[in-house]
Design a protein around this ligand. Structure first.
Ligand code: FES
Ligand SMILES: [Fe+2]
Length: 335
């Protein structure tokens, strides 16, 4: 379901210290570590000697040393030292493990999973406005597909029910009940947006105070953005670890502009936990009883578009299919 030729988050920058770290992305086990100059590096997490996990080893002088017999690997994956070799004996030819492009940017270590031998990857995708905020950051493993996590975040009508006491929409509904609203769905060059509520169906493109913009960006990013008095910024990545597992990397802009640029928190925010329980329940039911026959209503249109975009991207068809998606669709929901 997810294309490989994209940058994916391996971990938060602060979570990659002097020890190697095991990371799973799209069923691929990787080890990330800080090599020479403390630059992040990513290799297949499997030693080419006897196959043990390199993430069980240690970093020494910018090289990754396997924990079994101490073979050492450079950041590029080449085996550069074998301690058991007697004087004059040579390292076997082409001895090494596959490496992946790896960079550090905007509070994260990113890995490019595209196939070996391909042209150099494009720059890692910047987090728009990262330097303008102070952030709380965290990481949570989810027992559900990344697609479910992403779809949940363009689902306008769930917070009233799913987020008691933690979400603005819940409080609004307490005071004034459910109301009809118009929402605008647009494709973008690398995903889609959902904006609302609109004052009327003929509104311009700018985000107004009192509106919220939800956006999806391929392959695995969703953002919540509000301006004005309710200014809010949330950036989530649902990194697919396997077909029915993912890792949510979350960033929430802090209200006050003080302190470190990024502060890593181990506790899971309640509003994210509420979604997680629901998504995991749906995944568990799928595993037990098979995929359900779903019924859709107008409010599901953004999620259905997100699913289609993901499917097209995974098959390399997004560029060509984008023209088939209307530039703007206004849907009417109660929320
Ligand atoms: S298994 Fe890695 S050095 Fe032997
Ligand atoms: Fe939610």
């Amino acid at each position: 379901m997810f294309p490989r030729n994209h940058w994916y988050i391996a971990c938060a920058s602060s979570q990659l210290g002097s020890a190697p770290r095991a990371v799973r992305i799209l069923d691929q086990d990787l080890v990330v570590f800080r090599g020479g100059g403390r630059l992040p590096r990513a290799l297949v997490d499997r030693c080419c000697h006897r196959g043990v996990k390199l993430s069980l080893g240690r970093v020494t002088g910018g090289k990754l040393a396997c924990g079994y017999h101490g073979w050492q690997f450079s950041g590029g994956g080449a085996c550069v030292q074998i301690p058991s070799l007697a004087a004059g004996r040579r390292i076997p030819e082409r001895c090494g493990v596959p490496a992946f492009p790896c960079v550090e940017q905007d509070g994260y270590v990113w890995v490019w999973l595209g196939g070996a031998g391909e042209a150099a990857p494009p720059p890692a995708p910047a987090i728009d406005g990262f330097a303008a905020h102070r952030w709380d950051q965290g990481s949570v493993a989810l027992a559900c597909s990344a697609e479910k996590g992403l779809e949940n975040n363009v689902d306008w009508c769930h917070p009233v029910f799913a987020h008691p006491w933690t979400h603005g929409q819940f409080y609004l509904s307490l005071f004034r009940g459910l109301r009809e609203q118009l929402l605008e769905v647009r494709p973008t060059p690398d995903g889609m947006t959902l904006r609302g509520p609109l004052r009327d169906a003929e509104e311009g493109p700018a985000l107004r105070p009192s509106q919220v913009l939800l956006s999806f960006k391929l392959p695995d990013r969703v953002e919540v953005r509000a301006v004005g008095a309710l200014a809010r910024r949330i950036v989530l990545h649902f990194v697919p670890t396997g077909p029915d597992r993912c890792r949510m990397e979350w960033l929430i802009a802090r209200a006050l502009p003080f302190g470190a640029r990024v502060r890593f928190r181990s506790e899971e925010p309640e509003v994210l936990r509420q979604d997680r329980i629901l998504m995991e329940s749906a995944e568990a039911a799928c595993a037990g009883e098979g995929a359900p026959r779903e019924h859709h209503v107008e409010a599901d249109a953004p999620g259905l578009l997100l699913r289609r975009i993901l499917g097209w991207a995974a098959r390399g068809e997004w560029e060509q299919k984008r023209a088939t998606v209307p530039e703007r669709r206004v849907i009417r929901v109660r929320s």
